[in-house]
Design a protein around this ligand. Sequence first.
Ligand code: RM4
Ligand code: MN
Ligand code: MN
Length: 424
Amino acid sequence: MQVLKNQIDSHNESLLLQHEAKLSFTRSEVPGAEEIIQKLTAFQIAIPSWALGTGGTRFGRFSGGGEPRSLEEKIEDVGLLHALNQSSGAISLHIPWDIPQDYRATRILAAQHGLTFDAVNSNTFQDQPGQPHSYKFGSLQHVDKTIRQQAIDHNIEVIKHGIELGSESLTVWLSDGSCFPGQLNFRRAYQNTLESLNEIYAALPDNWKLFLEYKAFEPNFYSTTVGDWGMSYSYVQKLGSKAYTLVDLGHHLPNANIEQIVALLLMEGKLGGFHFNDSKYGDDDLTAGAIKPYQLFLIFNELVEGMDARVMNHATDLGWMIDASHNVKDPLEDLLQSVEAIMLAYAQALSVPRRALEDAQQNNDVVTAQEILQNAFRTDLRALVAEARLRAGAALNPVALYRSLNVRQNLINERGLKTVATGL
Ligand code: RM4
Ligand code: MN
Ligand code: MN
C-alpha cells in the first residue's frame, strides 16, 4: 500500500480554503509564525519498529489485523506515516526483533520511503530462543561475568547492525534490578553495570552516541539498576562524551517534574534524546499528549530555551523518538496522533516570548510568567503544524486521509487478518 501524491493533493485541495482561513487568523495572533513553520518542517520524529503492531498487555492482546510481518513491512508502514505527515522520516529498530537480512536492500527500501535509521535498541530484557544464558537475574549487572559478557556481546552486535544501516546511536534500556530486598548488592550491581557499559562504549564508532535510558520500576519492582535520571547521569558521566541520558516520558515515578529533569540534563550537556509517550500511572506507553498535553508543552518549553542557550540545532542535536504501545487503537493512527501532539507542543514552545518570560522571572512576577506560558499553550497553533505539512507535500489532515483511503483495510487485504508484528 502506498499513498500517492495525487491522493494527497486532492485531499489538501478539499481542505485548503478552511485551512487558509485558520492560518491567516493564527498568523495575526502569533508573532514569528513563519519562523515556527520553517522549524516545524525540519523537525522529524523517529517511529519505533515495535509500535507498528498491537502491543497488548499481560492480560491479552487484541490484534487489529494487517500488522507488518517483517522488517520490510515495518519500513513500509513508517513510509506510509511519513508520506502522510512528512514528519516521521526515521525508524528506530529493536534487535533481535528486527535483524536485517540484507543490509543494502534494507537501506535502499528505507531510502525509497525517505527514511533514515535512528537509534538501534538492544534487548537484554528477554531470553531469545537458543540463547545459552538467561537474563532472569539481570544482564549487564549480573553476578556472573559469563552472563554479563553475553549481554555485552549482544550490544556490540547491535552496534554492528546499526553501522551497516547508517544508524548513529545505540539505546540501552535495562530491565536489570531486583524484586526483593536483599536480592542484590546495589553497589556491586552498579559496578558490574558500569564495567559492562564501558565495554560496550569502547565498541562505539566515533560519530556515535550511546543513550542510557532509565526506568523507575517494571519488570523489577524493588530496585532498578538504572532507575532514574540521576543514576543514568552518573553512568554516562563516567562513560565519556559520547554517552547521554535518554528520557522516556513514562519511566518516572508519579508526578515527577520531568521538565526540570530535562532542563538540568540539557544544562549538563548530557541529554541525549527522548522516548515520547504519555502516561497516567506508569509505563503506560499511551499516545503522546493524550493525558498530559500541558506537561509535554512544558518539556518542549525547557527544550527550546535550553537548546537555544547552548546554540543547538533543534532538529538534529537530540534524538527524537516515540516509544508507544497500542492496545485499543489502530497503531498507525495512534502514531499519527503522537507525531501531531509532539509537533504542536514544539510549535507552542517556539511561540513563547522568551524575553518577556525572562523579565517576569527576573522580577519575580509569577502571575505574568504563568500568563505567558498558558497563553502559549492555549493558543491554537494547529494551522501552523498543518501548514508545515502542506509545504512539505504531506496531508493537511493525516488521520482523515488515512481513513478515507482505507489504509488499514488495504493492509489487511495485503497481509491478512491474523498477522503479528515481531516485538512486544
Ligand atoms: C521499555 C523501554 C524501552 C523499550 C522497551 C520495549 O519499557 O521503554 O525503551 O525498548 O520497553
Ligand atoms: Mn522507552
Ligand atoms: Mn517503557
